[in-house]
Design a binder for this molecule. Structure first.
Ligand code: NAD
Length: 465
């Protein structure tokens, strides 16, 4: 007989009730549990490396070395950093008490938020679910993890490995797409950590609002790059090409477009061309170091952005193989298709501008980016970028790799996101810092401000406040 009850993997209420009971049992609070989970996650990354790298190759055509560099090695460094500092982060911090409340003592005590939901995208499908997981476990939370269905091989691999290594009642992987995520979002969580596009971020935030659940939103957008004549053009081009064409441009902090004067653009284009050849050879399609586009829908979306009249490097493609060559467009204009939304693929438009003033004005006229890059050794101009622009991060003379510094909180501002993580910032996201205060009953100084009000209380206010 057919039943109206959805299959167990869709019974988000059952999953969340179960994991909440585990959190309420206090199992996830002890330091020993947290350390054991982080060590187990590290073992998973070591023992499971072959399976994980195989899944990344199947989903994104990503070679094992790039997979290590950008996914597993990154995560292992985050785990090592967390294990090294966790005791210190957990130590209650004494806080100063004003004279008006003396004698008294106060401290901030971190406590886990509870049950966290982590929703991840497909572009770094191992790093992006597991990096927030590290912070959530370090802070003593139970976690429901929703990998992206768009990278199905990685999603299945995580769903298979995680229960074997981690506490399988306190960390639960729910695979699936919109239906499963929608079902999860109806439930009450204590924090939702979402990485992905801004349209779905609105869905997540609306659902979170029903339960007043706090959210972290790691989003994207167009990250601009300014370059001027003060830098070594060949060295800069190598760094730009690496940052842009890593993971075939499917990186949230990839330089989305370049702003440069026409004179600088003319020098940069041949250097970019050489840098691409140096890294990926004459035929990137047959070079294992060069990744593939995640699916044909995205290939079609990207091909529509390539104006053959402006293609000064690359442009070759093979939709069947999900291949698009590293491509540079020049001169790009603000109303080009490539300049409307985040590109999220291996297409780099170079927009000619009159000077740095025009570049800053161009950047300020648009949404605040996740990252802003400036290749310049002009220190006065660097100060202007710091003072006159706003972005998730501002990086001089390199790109993308800034997110590997664990003490640099990583996140957006405005439409590029809210909240930042990595290192201690991840631990803080999933913790509540509870003020704990105490005041001895004697001497009973508080009585000085109790009614009946009169001149005496006024004198106390004048003296203390
Ligand atoms: P995606 O399609 O995998 O979606 C992300 C997650 O949202 C998935 O788990 C998916 O199942 C879920 N989802 C999709 N539609 C949903 C819906 N209607 N309701 C509920 N959940 C839904 O990934 P994407 O959004 O294409 O990811 C690319 C975007 O993410 C880019 O904009 C990129 O810049 C951004 N990004 C940001 C960061 C960062 O750290 N700031 C990192 C990577 C990617």
């Amino acid at each position: 007989m057919a039943s109206d009850t959805p299959p167990i993997h869709l019974r988000a209420d059952v999953v969340v009730a179960g994991i909440r009971a585990i959190f309420e049992s206090d199992r996830t609070r002890p330091l020993a549990w947290r350390i054991a989970q982080l060590q187990a996650l590290d073992r998973l990354l070591v023992d499971g490396a072959e399976a994980i790298h195989g899944a990344l190759l199947a989903d994104l055509g990503k070679c094992a070395i790039e997979s290590r560099l950008t996914e597993t090695a990154f995560l292992r460094a985050e785990i090592a950093h967390t294990l090294k500092h966790l005791r210190r982060w957990l130590r209650p911090k004494r806080i100063a008490i004003p004279l008006s409340l003396q004698p008294a003592h106060g401290r901030l005590v971190p406590e886990p938020l509870g049950v966290a939901l982590v929703i991840a995208p497909w572009n770094y499908p191992v790093q992006l679910p597991l990096a927030p997981l590290i912070g959530a476990l370090a802070a003593g939370n139970a976690v429901v993890l929703k990998p992206s269905e768009v990278s199905p091989n990685v999603s299945a691999t995580l769903a298979r490995l995680i229960p074997r290594y981690l506490d399988n009642e306190a960390v639960i992987v729910v695979e699936g797409g919109i239906a499963e995520t929608t079902a999860l979002l109806r439930e009450q969580f204590d924090h939702i950590f979402y990485t992905g596009n801004s349209a779905v971020a609105r869905v997540v935030m609306t659902a979170a609002a029903q339960h007043l659940t706090p959210v972290t939103l790691e989003l994207g957008g167009k990250s601009p790059l300014w370059i001027d004549e003060s830098v070594d053009m060949e060295a800069a081009a190598r760094r730009i090409a690496w940052a842009k064409f890593l993971n075939a441009g499917q990186t949230c902090v990839a330089p989305d477009y370049v702003l440069a004067t026409p004179a600088v653009a003319e020098k940069l284009i041949p250097c970019l061309h050489d840098a691409i050849r140096e890294m990926y050879g004459d035929d990137p399609r047959n070079n294992p170091a060069y990744a593939r586009i995640i699916n044909t829908r995205h290939v079609e979306r990207l091909l529509a952005l390539i104006d053959p009249m402006r293609c000064v490097s690359g442009g070759e493609h093979d939709a069947g193989e999900r291949y698009i060559a590293p491509t540079v467009l020049y001169p790009a204009r603000a109303d080009d298709a490539s300049m409307q939304d985040e590109i999220f693929g291996p297409v780099l438009p170079i927009v000619p501008v009159a000077d740095a003033d025009a570049a800053i004005a161009f950047i300020r006229a648009r949404s605040k980016p996740l990252a802003l890059y400036a290749f310049t050794s002009d220190h006065a101009l660097r100060r202007r970028f710091v003072g006159e622009t706003s972005s998730g991060a501002l990086v001089f003379d390199f790109a993308v790799a800034h997110l590997t510094a664990p003490d640099m909180p990583f996140g957006g501002v405005g439409t590029s996101g809210m909240g930042a993580y990595h290192g201690e910032a991840s631990f803080r996201i999933f913790s509540h810092f509870k003020p704990v205060m105490g005041k001895p009953l004697w001497p009973d100084t508080l009585r000085l401000i109790f009614p009946p009000y009169g001149k005496a209380v006024e004198r106390v206010i004048d003296w203390l406040l």
